[in-house]
Write a protein of this length. Structure first.
Length: 157
């Protein structure tokens, strides 16, 4: 299957987050052409800062394979991973990350930081930026709507 098909699946996860009022980011973990983990942001739902889409998808993938090592897996994410998620990707031994939108403010792959290009780290993670307009647009729409809401409605986010 192509990268765009799996990015579309990640986008479907982002839509779930959007409908819940969460920052709309989605992720899927793929092994041997099959999705073994899905996730979207659940920080508000779980009242926990750790529940980013990548973390949720990695957790489900680990349960699916019965191991913390995801050596032969690829993670597809609608947005460039942050530092925390890049660390989790490295620690879980995922071999490649594909993302559909850059995060100019907090991206840890090509934007603010280049963790996967750091030769001093013991992990080799391949990555690919596959520009996906709707992955960028859903974030723009979400934050535009959020700015229009009274501040009291945005306090949980």
């Amino acid at each position: 299957m192509s990268e765009k098909i799996f990015l579309e699946e990640a986008y479907k996860e982002a839509l779930k987050a959007y409908k819940k009022g969460e920052v709309p980011i989605g992720a899927v973990v793929v092994k041997d052409g099959k999705i073994i983990g899905r996730g979207h942001n659940k920080r508000i739902e779980k009242k926990n800062a750790l529940y980013h889409a990548e973390i949720v998808a990695i957790e489900e993938a680990c349960k699916s394979v019965g191991n913390w090592r995801l050596d032969d897996c690829v993670i597809y994410v609608t947005v460039e991973p942050c530092v925390m998620c890049a660390g989790a990707i490295m620690q879980s031994r995922i071999r490649k990350v594909v993302f559909g939108a850059k995060d100019e403010k907090g991206g840890a792959v090509v934007s603010q930081y280049t963790l996967f290009s750091n030769k001093k780290l013991p992990f080799k993670i391949d990555f690919s930026y596959v520009e996906c307009e709707k992955c960028s647009q859903i974030l723009k729409d979400f934050f535009k709507e959020r700015r229009l809401k009274p501040s009291s409605e945005n306090q949980e986010e």
